[in-house]
Design a protein around this ligand. Structure first.
Ligand code: EZ4
Ligand code: CO
Length: 404
């Protein structure tokens, strides 16, 4: 019988830090999984190296669900980002192996395509509104039908979601200690509707506009934001309040018809149970690589389908091309897909990861290569050693640490 003969973790930094799990079988098939957890990369690497990889060797790679249950239940300690990212990496690597063995792209193993392509949204941002408008125009020229819009809030230092413009792809992690930014809710609540107004004035209503609040508001502030944006018909507002408080969304929901999305920091079906079963959000943003892999996220989406909630998965640059491919396979297959975030990856990530997914006219497709369709070059990865980098912190004027 076929066995897993090796499971190893590669930490590299081609443009940003990525943790990649490589699984090899006795038939010579290699599968890859993404285990990147921004700012806590080495914690997941250790979880895998020290506690999971030794258990994988000798197991049957075909038994994906059994391996998932073995790792999840066998740990005793359940859920949480480190655990669920580690389990996800194993799960995704085994789906990659299964696809390669079958000679089929992973989406075919998940029931086949439910749509022709995967609607993705890009990131447009600006240090002021005119710069944002140029970024939106550039996205429309590339064919995007949906764009996330973020602009630096006047009087706020280092607004999240706004790049320092050393390139096209926004990267929030920097430095061996978290960057210190500031936050001012009053300015933001006044500013956000003006940003939407400017974008609608210039581009009209034919493009989907998304906006990320990054957990910054209280429920009643979020309700006010949602109401003030209603005339501009956002596709969604994301992470309006801190995500771990599911019941907070009851307040937001009761006061606004602006669609709500949440979940990039959540890691399991139980973390979104109330949000889904009470229909408190319209989109769940949990990702393949932070939510237990394809096997677990598929169940979460099935629960969401029952309640009319759609997917809107996190897809920032800190999810590697392996994670992005896995997301696209699942997005293509599920009936209740909504939208997929697509941020792209900074050079030199392309020297390490060769992906076969495609972008055309605002839609992506995972491609027809067997498995996930991403090749990982371990030798190239070795040229880019890990360097500590952290997401910023945000403080109010008096120095209080704020949510983000
Ligand atoms: O802060 O990916 O929607 N995207 C985001 C990102 C996240 C980072 C952290 O993992 O909010 O910028
Ligand atoms: Co976000």
């Amino acid at each position: 019988m076929t066995r897993i003969t090796d499971a190893r973790v590669v930490v590299s930094s081609p443009g940003r830090n990525y943790v990649t799990l490589v699984v090899e079988t006795s038939d010579g098939v290699v599968g890859v999984g993404d285990a990147t957890l921004n700012g806590r990369e080495l914690a997941v690497a250790s979880y895998l190296r020290d506690h999971v990889c030794p258990l994988l060797v000798g197991r049957d790679p075909a038994r994906i669900e059994d391996t998932w249950q073995y790792l999840y239940k066998g740990a005793y300690w359940r859920r949480g980002p480190v655990t669920m990212t580690a389990v996800a990496a194993v799960d995704v690597a085994l789906w990659d192996v299964k696809g390669k063995v079958a000679g089929l792209p992973v989406y075919q193993l998940l029931g086949g395509a439910s749509r022709d392509g995967v609607l993705v949204y890009g990131h447009a941002d600006g240090r002021d509104v005119p710069e944002l408008l140029e970024a939106v125009a550039a996205h429309l020229e590339q064919g995007y039908e949906a764009v996330r819009i973020q602009a630096a809030v006047p009087g706020v230092v280092g607004t999240y979601g706004v790049s320092q413009h050393d390139g096209l792809i926004y990267e929030p992690a920097s430095g061996a200690r978290p960057e210190e930014t500031t936050w001012e809710t009053t300015s933001y609540l006044d500013f956000a509707p003006r940003v939407f107004e400017a974008v609608r004035d210039r581009f009209g209503f034919g493009v989907h506009l998304l906006h990320d609040v990054h957990h910054r508001l209280t429920p009643i502030e979020a309700a006010r934001l949602g109401r003030s944006l209603e005339p501009y018909r956002p596709f969604w507002i994301e992470d309006a309040t801190p995500a771990e408080d599911q019941s907070a969304f009851r307040t937001v929901r009761a006061h606004t018809t602006t669609p709500l999305a949440v979940g990039e920091v959540l890691n399991s079906i139980w973390d979104v149970q109330t949000l889904i079963t009470e229909r408190l959000v319209d989109y769940v943003r949990t990702s393949v690589s932070h939510t237990g892999g394809i096997s677990h996220l598929r169940k979460l989406y099935a629960l969401a389908e029952l309640y009319g909630v759609r997917s809107g998965a996190h897809g920032a640059g800190d999810l590697s091309p392996v994670a992005h491919a896995a997301a696209l396979h699942l997005d293509l297959a599920i009936p209740n897909f909504g939208i997929q975030e697509h941020m792209g990856h900074r050079d030199p990530a392309g020297e390490v990861f060769t992906s076969s997914y495609t972008f055309s006219g605002g839609y992506m497709h995972p491609g027809q290569a067997p498995g996930l369709g991403v090749e990982f070059d371990e030798r190239a990865a070795a040229r880019f050693p890990y360097e500590p980098r952290y997401l910023p912190v945000a403080r109010r004027r008096d120095g209080t640490l704020h949510d983000w």
